[in-house]
Structure formats: C-alpha cells, structure tokens
Design a protein around this ligand. Structure first.
Ligand code: FMN
Length: 224
C-alpha cells in the first residue's frame, strides 16, 4: 500500500476477533517499528508483547481497580482534564463512537464502553511500549517512542491487523508492570491493543476528523 494511503486509511480498532496473532507476525511489525528515527539514534524504546493468561490478569486487575475508583497510576506525566478545542475534539470522537454503537443516549452502555477500554477492548495482544528510565527527564525520548509506535500501528494495518493505542489499558501501570514482568529500569509510556478486526463491530468503521492543514501549518519565507 502506498504510504499516504496507509496513513490516511488506518484507524483505531476497538472490536477484535478472538483468533490469536502469530508471534512471527508481531516480531515483523516490531522490527519495522524499530526503523523509526530517534534522537542521536538512541532507540530508547522497548516493546513487551503480552497475550493469554498474563493479559487476562492485567485486564481484570486494571478494570477492578478503576471500577473501585482507584486513582490513576500512570508512569508519565498526564494532562488530567482537557479544555477548549482539545476537550471539544475529545467529546467529538467519543460521540462519533457512541453514535456508531447506538449508545449515545444510554448512560449505562457508555459506562460499559469505558470499561471495554480498561480491558484493552478484549484484544488478543497488548504491546506495552516503554522507554529507558535513565532518559525519564528527556522529553525527546517520548517523541522517539511515539514515532516507533506510529510505525508499529501502520505496519500492523498493512498486514490486516487492527490496533488501538490505549492509555486506558495501562491506567493501573503497577498491575501491567507486575504481570508483564517489566524491569525497574524502564518506564511504561503506553500500550497498543492489537488483533484481527471484527468486521461486524460498528465502531471499527469510525473515521475520526482532522483539522485542515491551513490551521495547523504556518509557512514562512515562501514566495507565494
Ligand atoms: C497516546 C494515545 C492514547 C490513546 N488512548 C486511548 C484510549 O485509552 N482509549 C481509546 O479508545 N482510544 C485511545 N487512543 C486512540 C485515539 O482516541 C485515536 O487515535 C484518535 O481518536 C484518532 O482516531 P484514529 O486513531 O481512528 O485515527 C489513544 C491514542 C493515543 C495516541
């Protein structure tokens, strides 16, 4: 697939078939992700691929703690509540998804949707992306792992695999750290839920909108 088409076509997948994903295919996708650029070629990233029993335990404990009202335990700094245009965009995509699922007017089902996020949308695989703790203060390292994660989701899409980058899935990061065996010298940045898309799952067809180029790009020094 041509790059522009691949980047434009990819979308987050939140409903998966139960079929497992071959380890060799995941390795291939990670190998492509590792070709991403990084500052001074430091390659500060690691990918912990979790499936089966350990992933079930992560889902269960993450969800239980979130349902019990436990505070978020993330390992990176987060902006807790969006405002202004950022809040508007957050609400827009949420309602696009709720409308697709026919749950916009159903408070209980919207709550259930949130729980699905904490369960990593029941994907058969979760890839936890980390950076070396020694680079914790380097904002650049987070840019680096972001570049690799984008390459990863594109490489997956090209192979018919769906993904959603899923902060909710690591809301209780100590749980993820324990069950995925993540060493102390790494920081959990995010996770990517992955699997074969369920074609019948309506939210998988949702195409999120983007701000036009004229509002995000500023061209300086051009003749016209
Ligand atoms: C860092 C990051 C964290 C995300 N966390 C979640 C999440 O917890 N739950 C979710 O449903 N989507 C999550 N997403 C997916 C975004 O909602 C999605 O990328 C955005 O709405 C654009 O849609 P698209 O991926 O279909 O283009 C996350 C995306 C990123 C980049």
């Amino acid at each position: 697939m041509e790059l522009a088409e691949l980047v434009r076509q990819r979308r987050s997948i939140r409903g998966y078939r139960r079929e497992p994903v071959p380890k060799a295919l995941i390795r291939e996708v990670i190998e492509i992700a590792s070709a991403a650029p990084s500052s001074m070629n430091t390659q500060p990233w690691h990918f912990h691929v979790v499936t089966g029993e350990p992933l079930e335990r992560i889902r269960q404990e993450n969800t239980e703690l979130m349902m019990a009202g436990a505070p978020l335990r993330r390992e990176i700094r987060l902006h807790r509540k969006y405002e202004g245009v950022h809040r508007d965009r957050q609400v827009d995509i949420a309602y696009q998804l709720f409308d697709a699922m026919g749950i916009s007017d159903d408070r209980e089902m919207r709550q259930d949707w949130m729980m699905r996020g904490f369960r990593q949308f029941d994907a058969p695989v979760s890839i936890v992306a980390t950076i070396d703790r020694s680079l914790e203060e380097s904002t650049v390292a987070y840019l680096d792992v972001g570049a690799a994660v984008h390459a990863l989701v594109l490489a997956a899409w090209e192979r018919g695999l769906g993904t959603v980058i899923n902060g909710q899935g690591i809301s209780q990061s100590p749980v993820v750290r324990a069950h995925a065996g993540i060493p102390d010298d790494e920081i959990i940045v995010t996770c990517v839920a992955m699997g074969w898309p369920d074609e019948a799952f309506a939210a998988n067809d949702v195409k999120s909108t983007r701000v036009p180029v004229d509002r995000i790009a500023n061209f300086v020094g051009f003749d016209e």
